[in-house]
Ligand binder design. Structure first.
Ligand SMILES: [Zn+2]
Length: 445
């Protein structure tokens, strides 16, 4: 029943009465400090103002629970059967604003053997009594920072005390929940042909794929990263392109990464994109995925990786530490960028150093990849030639969070943290996802 204005006014007055003492205390404090600096006032207001706001909210919810108590017992949320009244049980609720204690009406379902508080459900608070916005803030900070500094930042910025282990539990658990949802979407798409809605339409899509080593307890393992970029308008020069990036990070097999990345490219308008560009280094798995999922896409070997191979080649030619390596590499780099890979290959084949194992290996690399090194053509068409995107995804989605000194991860933890970071770094993703979840969001184990 929606209360009328008179009832609302009456209830509001009751609220004001209930917090009158707290209000007076706050006013008294303000009078005492009004000659002080703003930072003193702001600190004080944050603490006691938040306390007052929590009290107001608490009182208002208590009023509402009184109404509930008078009403009919609700049916069980799970089976719909009649429930029995257990009484009002208090629960401490943790918010970004502080804490409140709510005496919730509790019911028992004999069929499901569960105790049920409708208010918990209405508010979306989790088992530990945390509010959805607090959970979101914990996950955000845990995705950005190691758990101890994350806990300190939450205290510094919001005045809320949450231990590092709680932040860890929430960050990893929510990250895994999101990852599991993606796996379900992937299975639906690939096994049941149920495709997700298309969210954007871009004239060009760039798919950049790479692997990055991450420290686990039992040594380094490769984590696979896909960056899917929607090019918002097609520029004459790639450097001017405005790109909306979405990231997929997968700690498991290549085939799954490929499917997850395809799913994201589908959401970004793959079916209608005029041009798809796949960027990667020389790793065969990248080009297999490109053939499977983005056939007809322009395959480009990332220029940055190619230059790293030029350095390796130069060192095998001139010897480690030789001052001739750098000028040789610079000259070769210019010609490579100019699309002269066939000329370079012809020249290299004539070189004596073919006896060197290292040189032969690099020559083989360039021979195998030459179809993806038409850099003059790519640049003329306005395509990107360096997978700066995926390189920086490696760094800003994976490296800066999980490769800090002393970090050694276990699979469930790193999987959750990286999934959440990919969500956080992806264009338009974070709030969209949080706002669509039914609450409380379960923490996957
Ligand atoms: Zn039930």
């Amino acid at each position: 029943m929606v209360p009328n204005d008179t009832t609302v006014d009456g209830l509001a007055e009751q609220l004001m009465e209930a917090v009158a003492e707290d209000m007076k205390e706050l006013a008294r404090w303000l009078v005492q400090h009004r000659q002080g600096e703003l930072r003193t006032l702001e600190d004080g207001l944050r603490a006691s103002g938040h306390r007052l706001l929590c009290r107001l909210m608490e009182e208002s919810l208590v009023q509402e629970e009184e109404v509930r108590r008078e009403g009919l017992h609700p049916g069980c949320a799970q089976c719909g059967q009649e429930t029995s009244w257990l009484g009002q049980r208090p629960k401490r609720v943790h918010l970004l604003l502080g804490e409140m204690v709510l005496p919730r009406c509790c019911y028992y379902c004999a069929e499901c053997h569960t105790t049920w508080a409708p208010l918990d459900r209405q508010l979306g608070i989790d088992q530990s009594g945390r509010s959805p916005r607090l959970v979101e803030a914990m996950a955000l900070l845990g995705a950005e920072l190691p758990f101890s500094p994350a806990s300190q930042r939450l205290a510094q910025l919001c005045g809320v005390t949450v231990g590092p282990s709680q932040i860890e539990e929430v960050t990893e658990g929510i990250g895994q929940t999101w990852q599991q949802q993606e796996m379900v979407q992937m299975t639906r798409a690939f096994e049941n042909h149920q495709l997700p809605p298309v969210e954007n339409h871009y004239p060009w899509l760039v798919v950049a794929l790479d692997g990055v080593m991450a420290p686990y307890r039992d040594g380094y393992h490769e984590v696979k990263v896909a960056a899917i970029g929607g090019v918002e308008w097609v520029p004459p020069e790639w450097a001017e392109a405005s790109v909306a990036w979405r990231y997929v990070v997968h700690t498991g097999d290549v085939a799954t990464l490929g499917k997850l990345a395809w799913l994201e490219s589908y959401r970004q308008g793959l079916e209608e994109a005029e041009q798809v560009i796949v960027l990667g280094d020389g790793a065969p798995w990248i080009w297999h995925l490109a053939e499977d999922h983005w056939p007809g896409g322009v395959q480009i070997l990332d220029f940055y990786h190619a230059t790293q191979h030029l350095w390796a080649m130069g060192r095998s030619l001139w010897g480690e530490g030789s001052c001739q390596v750098a000028p040789w590499v610079e000259a070769a780099k210019d010609r490579l960028a100019g699309g002269k890979v066939e000329e370079l290959l012809a020249q290299w084949r004539d070189l004596q150093a073919q006896d060197s194992e290292g040189f032969a290996k690099e020559l083989n690399y360039f021979t195998n990849q030459r179809q993806r090194m038409k850099y003059d053509e790519y640049r003329a068409a306005g395509y990107p030639i360096g997978s700066g995107a995926v390189e920086s995804a490696n760094r800003h989605v994976v490296g800066v969070r999980v490769k800090q000194a002393g970090m050694r991860w276990l699979e469930p933890g790193i999987k959750g943290v990286l999934a959440l970071r990919a969500l956080l770094r992806s264009s338009q993703r974070w709030s969209q996802w949080w706002d669509r979840q039914s609450l409380p969001i379960p923490l996957a184990a």
